[in-house]
Ligand binder design. Sequence first.
Ligand code: SF4
Ligand code: SF4
Length: 227
Amino acid sequence: MCTGRVDLSFPLRAFLDGADGVFIGGCWLGECHYLTEGNYDALGNMHLLRKLMVRIGLDPRRLRLDWIAASEGSRFAQVMDAFAEEINTLGPLGSSEGLDPAALTEKLESLGQLVPQLKLLVREKLQVKVKSEEAYDKLYMGPKVDELLEALITDPAAASGPLPGYYIDPEACVGCLICKKRCPVQAIEGSNKTVHVIDPEICTHCGTCFYACPPKISAVHKVAAPG
Ligand code: SF4
Ligand code: SF4
């Protein structure tokens, strides 16, 4: 899986499932196989998640992103050994940070509920024009992100406004499966070459399908939330 496909919710889910550490390994920046350069998205997401981990009292070293090419087997082994050693030193998630299991679950779940708003925030306020590690580090490590996160955590609805809804135009959908594979909560039904449908009961309004549907098809439509 491309690192750009690692949804903001995936590491949180891994922590909720009991992982003491999460490692995301991807292609080196500038060597993405796709025009989207998804590894830059992964870099931004990693910065956001680490900041959020600090806010709920977790050690951000438990989440690591590193660049490793498919040909760098020995580097992969070294990086993984070092990460495993670091996690062993940090100890079990939560209890090592003074959080009991119930408090840990509550905090992780509350972060998970913010994921749709976080995605909106990234798309609308945290786009980096220059694709460089320095530019991403400068933006995400700077005060703007802290201010936006503070506002979002304090009052998610006020910070992001009501989230739009999404529907799939059955006349346009070609059943390519892309949106279904990308939806982080499996809210999209459909099989190959059949029209896909969003289940509104499951949809979290994250907008991933809207951006994932190929522009030439544009079968996913956004519906403004009732104001
Ligand atoms: S259906 Fe679309 S908007 Fe809803 S959760 Fe899935 S990807 Fe996000
Ligand atoms: S990505 Fe677009 S065309 Fe493909 S299944 Fe989803 S809505 Fe249909």
